[in-house]
Design a protein around this ligand. Structure first.
Ligand SMILES: [Fe+2]
Length: 203
């Protein structure tokens, strides 16, 4: 598998290219600002980009959609309620198949109502649901602390410890992590009751 992480723009966003191989079919996850290096890498690796996978609808995660779409013909994939141009609308538990790669959709509302994870080949793209050592904020429109509790403690914390975490921003001590390490070290994944979690988020 080919996996390349790009840190782009003023908010330290991560955009990812994932492909089955050099010259193979693949996807771009969260095309952000300053997309030119990503487009160059797509050409350099000869990746046939079939899909753009958006983890949620915030502008810094979709800013490059149109450029990647025009250059590659890729279809935009997002959670069905996401307010953006979608070619393929997905729901919890569905899969997106690109060549030999299969991306499983896990709906994790909280940061936004349309936040999803994409799980593939031992990796999980977490968008702004989970960062290395932190989680996404819930004080923007559509943010929901109680939903984030269910997503983090009910879903993320139950994922396989070995999965490599690919976050939506470079906000941690390292650019990637694992679910096991985040469960040990990330204070947002500490076991808490809903009440404790809501209090914790307000602090
Ligand atoms: Fe966001």
């Amino acid at each position: 598998m080919l996996l390349e992480q790009f840190e782009v723009g003023p908010y330290l966003n991560f955009t990812y290219i994932v492909a089955e191989s050099e010259g193979g079919e693949g996807v771009v996850i969260d095309p952000s600002f300053q997309i030119e290096p990503v487009l160059e890498a797509i050409d350099r690796h000869g990746v046939k980009v079939r899909f753009i996978l958006n983890t949620h609808s915030h502008p810094d995660h979709i800013a490059g959609n149109q450029d990647v779409r025009e250059r590659t013909g890729a279809k935009v994939v997002a959670y069905r309620s996401a307010p953006l141009h979608q070619d393929v609308s997905v729901s919890d538990g569905e899969h997106v198949q690109s060549g030999r790669l299969r991306f499983q959709v896990v709906h994790t509302p909280g940061h936004t109502p349309d936040s999803v994870l994409y799980i593939f080949e031992g990796h999980v793209a977490t968008g702004d649901t989970l960062f290395v050592g932190e989680c996404g904020r819930t004080d923007l429109p559509g943010g929901d602390p109680s939903a984030l509790y269910d997503s983090l403690l009910g879903r993320v914390a139950k994922l396989d410890d070995g999965l490599v975490v690919l976050p939506g921003h470079d906000y941690g001590t390292t650019p990637t992590s694992t679910i096991g390490r985040e469960k040990r070290e990330n204070y947002v994944l500490k076991p808490r009751t809903r009440e404790e979690f809501l209090r914790f988020l307000q602090e």
